[in-house]
Design a protein around this ligand. Structure first.
Ligand SMILES: Nc1nc2c(ncn2[C@@H]2O[C@H](COP(=O)(O)OP(=O)(O)OP(=O)(O)O)[C@@H](O)[C@H]2O)c(=O)[nH]1
Ligand SMILES: [Mg+2]
Length: 447
């Protein structure tokens, strides 16, 4: 049974990433078969699975694939652009009326998004979601995409996510959020991030965190891009997301094999509702030109990936090899659960043992619930071999702590608070946000 996922794209960032994500799915589906690739019928099976998961191909199943997506922004420009880019690809498009936009954005004001635009768009947006859900034979869940720093993605995003939870209480909801550059383009970005994350924490099943600073470095150092644009960064984000979401059979600890539906993945990755923050580390990551001249062995790839995990390195360059895992008081990045997905040549025979080492995990998770692996013999997106590690670990909490600290400094001077109050947000709402995230930080710190 193939479970479909509906993507909800919110604000500029969410829409731009959403557009790229469907391009990435299609690029992977249409990537030239590598010499090592699976038999044609297996490739066809893979393609059909991708199409059913993320696209609707009409009653007959033969129309131009339409993204299972709803686009929401408070200004028209980005949606129009994203829509056109999809159409121009000739491979897929968005359904014509599955978007909602207004004429003016939320001006980087979370309260404007959450308290004003959110309720105003609720009935229309939810109708669009319902329409999309009706087209799914089996709805596996929702993927919401948004930035934390603006006003629409974060504010309207948090509001719409709450509506999704109310209307689809049993569906899985995963949010992918973009952490702003630390240098900050938006003066109130820490407020917006605080308010968004604290609301999402009560509502969704998991939050995948990606930091613009890390992604920027990947573009610079691994992809050697000189002038880095959001387009480049979004390609990296979508590559990561696709390594998680494209079909990959999972090995359950019971010995059964199941598909990597969003439900199976999140049930494993989020074993306790206090811990919902996920990160994705993947290897290798390189430009198309460099790929031609590179070969790897699974052993080397996985050794690097494991060190990226324990030393919490965002990419394969500049890893700190001094960090070691020892059971007593070591400084390594502790995990609750990991999902390791291997794709490509000889992935079936790769040794994933080093990832099930109990010293990597908190002691209160049963050993057979710490690591789940998945193996997909089909090569992913031109990479002969690639590995992706989705982790619920301490990794994001340092950034979160710093963000809450900066927001608190501003809040104790009541800086900019009146701009939020103007739209109906109270000081207590801020205090609730601080309390929620301080608890999250404390939980993770004590792992
Ligand atoms: N990675 C990435 N980050 C983006 C992109 N667009 C904007 N951002 C980041 O998102 C934040 C700004 O939020 P936006 O998504 O532009 O804001 P919005 O949701 O449209 O909200 P308003 O414009 O205030 O109505 C900043 O931290 C930007 O760095 C994008 O395409 N990719
Ligand atoms: Mg905007």
């Amino acid at each position: 049974m193939i479970m479909s996922i509906i993507t909800v794209q919110l604000g500029q960032c969410g829409n731009q990433i959403g557009g790229q994500l469907f391009h990435t799915f299609m690029d992977d589906v249409h990537s030239k078969p590598l010499a090592t690739q699976v038999a044609p019928d297996k490739n066809e099976e893979y393609k059909n699975e991708v199409l059913s998961r993320f696209f609707y191909c009409g009653e007959s199943g033969e129309g131009t694939p339409k993204a299972r997506a709803v686009m929401v922004d408070m200004e028209p420009k980005v949606i129009a652009q994203t829509y056109q880019d999809a159409k121009r690809s000739g491979r897929w498009s968005y359904s014509e009326k599955q978007n909602y936009c207004q004429q003016r954005g939320s001006g980087n004001n979370w309260a404007h998004g959450y308290c004003i635009h959110g309720p105003a768009c609720q009935s229309t947006v939810m109708e669009l979601v319902r329409r999309e859900a009706e087209k799914c034979d089996n709805l596996g869940g929702f993927l919401s995409l948004m930035s934390l720093a603006g006003g629409t993605g974060s504010g309207v995003g948090a509001y719409v996510t709450r509506c999704l939870r109310d209307e689809f209480p049993h569906a899985f909801i995963m949010n992918q959020v973009v952490w702003p550059y630390k240098t900050g383009e938006v003066i109130v970005q820490n407020y917006n991030a605080l308010l968004t994350l604290s609301r999402l924490y009560h509502t969704v099943d998991a939050i995948v965190v990606m930091e613009n600073d890390h992604l920027h470095k990947i573009c610079q150092q691994l992809l050697s891009i000189k002038k880095i644009s959001f387009k480049d960064i979004n390609r990296v984000i979508c590559h990561k997301l696709a390594t998680m979401l494209q079909p990959c059979p999972l090995n359950k600890f019971t010995g059964d094999i199941c598909s990597n539906s969003i439900g199976e993945m999140l049930e494993h990755l989020v074993p306790h509702p206090d811990y919902k923050l996920l990160t994705i580390k993947n290897i290798p990551q390189m430009s198309a030109a460099a790929q031609e001249f590179s070969t790897y062995q699974w052993h080397g790839l996985l050794k690097h990936l494991r060190q990226m995990l324990i030393s919490d390195a965002p990419m394969e360059e500049g890893i700190d090899w001094q960090v070691k895992v020892s059971s007593r008081g070591s400084q390594h990045n502790t995990s609750l659960a990991n999902l390791l997905l291997l794709r490509g040549k000889e992935s079936v025979s790769a040794d994933t043992g080093p990832f099930s080492d109990s010293a990597l995990y908190v002691p209160w998770i049963p050993p057979d619930a710490t690591l789940m692996t998945g193996v997909q013999p089909r090569a992913f997106n031109h990479y002969e071999k690639s590995a992706s590690l989705i982790s619920n670990s301490k990794s994001p909490v340092g950034e979160m702590d710093a963000m809450v600290g900066k927001a608190w400094d501003m809040f104790s001077a009541r800086a900019y608070v009146h701009q939020y109050a103007k739209h109906g947000l109270t000081e207590d709402d801020f205090l609730d946000g601080f309390a929620t995230l301080e608890q999250v930080i404390s939980n993770y710190k004590h792992l």
